[in-house]
Design a protein around this ligand. Structure first.
Ligand code: PLP
Length: 407
């Protein structure tokens, strides 16, 4: 039976690897097979992967909870109250907004599910969602899964990937419902500057749009760059859903804890659908997350480690002939322009075949990602091990540059 015939248009073209080769690095068995054969994975945005990164504070809280045995039970579908309180305090500290843990925050099993959930109450068949290109690939697919059309809005390398408002203006139609940004941006690491966000916010308010702000990487901003949360800008609180995670900043992706914060009129609806859409988050992970979110020393030490790693990656990778890049503005990634060496796919494949390292092609992040690759430079706990991999990439691409006659 051709079972796909019975599927809806939103899902039936999806390919997760059962009958076809998987080209995306992060789905299907492709990664597992590559790792089993001894390859290194620098394609998952997962700090310190594959090494341990649970803080002592979380370990202790989780061990005690396991001993007590109470972790066999559900937490509230909207998230454990102690965790919502810890998150509300963190958000208030950062934004200056009075966040009520019982009215403005919901916990999701990772922010991926939170991103889809935050769009669901608003999106109707045929709606258009403006998404800066490049952006996190899931954000484009989420539009399709909800029956909407993703409208990529190009960001340009020569602008430092800051938004150009005329690119938004010219794509506005009566069907435009939402703007969805990844801020700081995955893959470019760009922190959208406050004045640019103010222009974007004015556009959103003027056209009565909704903003989903994917802030999974907000915890680590470098070089004193100001991070503005769009929900704090004039007119934006009542129309913004901010989606965050403990996966990147705290390096706890395996806990599967994300969270959304928003105005209580929006949150009331999310609370109402929480059981159906989210179920609930994991109880043991929620207990560990409370301790980790409150552990200022852990956050500070992660920041210092990741900043050092950012510098190390830049020092080695920026010397590769034919590669141009800037020091990352945030987070755990490096974004390299490799267009002098080949297409995004050719260069990523070359690294896989000659350095035994999996990195990301730029194209899944949008058309603007052509000629670029993304490397998760925060992989491995040990700086020397990471430096060794950066040098392996440098060695391989220097060979490629020689083949191309660049050096
Ligand atoms: C920009 C961005 N948002 C959200 C997520 C989802 O992360 P998680 O589900 O682990 O919270 C990711 C994961 O890579 C991401 O890169």
């Amino acid at each position: 039976m051709d079972v796909k015939r019975r599927m809806n248009d939103r899902f039936k073209d999806l390919e997760g690897g059962l009958f076809s080769a998987v080209t995306k690095a992060d789905v299907g068995e492709g990664v597992g097979n590559f790792l089993a054969a001894g390859g290194a994975n620098m394609a998952w945005a997962d700090p310190f992967y594959p090494d341990p990164s649970v803080p002592e504070s979380a370990k202790k809280a989780m061990m005690e909870a396991l001993e007590s045995g109470t972790v066999s039970h559900y937490v509230m579908p909207i998230g454990d109250l102690a965790l919502r309180k810890a998150l509300a305090e963190k958000i208030s500290r950062r934004t200056g907004l009075p966040i009520d843990p019982s009215r403005n925050v919901i916990v999701s099993p990772g922010s991926d599910s939170g991103l889809l959930f935050s769009m669901m109450p608003f999106i109707e068949e045929g709606d258009e969602i403006m998404i800066p290109d490049p952006s996190y690939p899931s954000n484009f697919l989420n539009a399709k899964l909800l029956g909407a059309k993703a409208v990529p809005v190009p960001l340009y390398e020569e602008d430092g990937y800051q938004p150009r408002m005329e690119e938004f203006e010219k794509r506005l139609t009566p069907k435009t419902k939402m703007v969805l940004i990844s801020h700081p941006n995955n893959p470019t690491t760009t922190v959208f500057r406050k004045e640019k966000l103010e222009e974007l916010a004015a556009f959103i308010v003027k056209n009565d749009l909704i903003l989903v702000s994917d802030q999974a990487f907000e915890d680590h901003i470098y070089d004193g760059i100001e991070f503005a949360a769009p929900c704090t800008l004039p007119g934006m609180w009542e129309r913004t859903l901010t989606v965050c995670s403990i996966s990147k900043g705290l390096g706890l992706s395996g806990f599967r804890i994300g969270y959304i914060y928003a105005d209580d009129h929006i949150m009331d609806v999310l609370y109402g659908a929480a059981v159906n859409v989210l179920g609930a988050s994991n109880t043991l992970a929620s207990i560990g997350a409370v301790a980790a979110v409150r552990d200022e020393a852990f956050l500070k030490s992660n920041y210092e480690r990741l900043l050092r790693r950012r510098d190390l990656a830049y020092e080695i990778l920026s010397e590769i002939p034919g590669v141009t890049m800037k020091p990352s503005e945030s987070g755990i990634l490096s974004w390299l322009n490799v267009s002098a060496l080949g297409t995004s796919a050719e260069v990523a494949d070359y690294i896989r075949d000659h350095a035994n390292i999996m990195v990301n092609q730029g194209t899944p992040y949008g058309a603007q990602g052509e000629g670029h690759i993304r490397i998760v430079t925060a992989c491995f706990a040990n700086d020397e091990e990471a430096a060794g991999r950066f040098r392996d990439i440098k060695r391989a691409l220097t060979e490629l540059a020689k083949e191309k006659g660049i050096c």
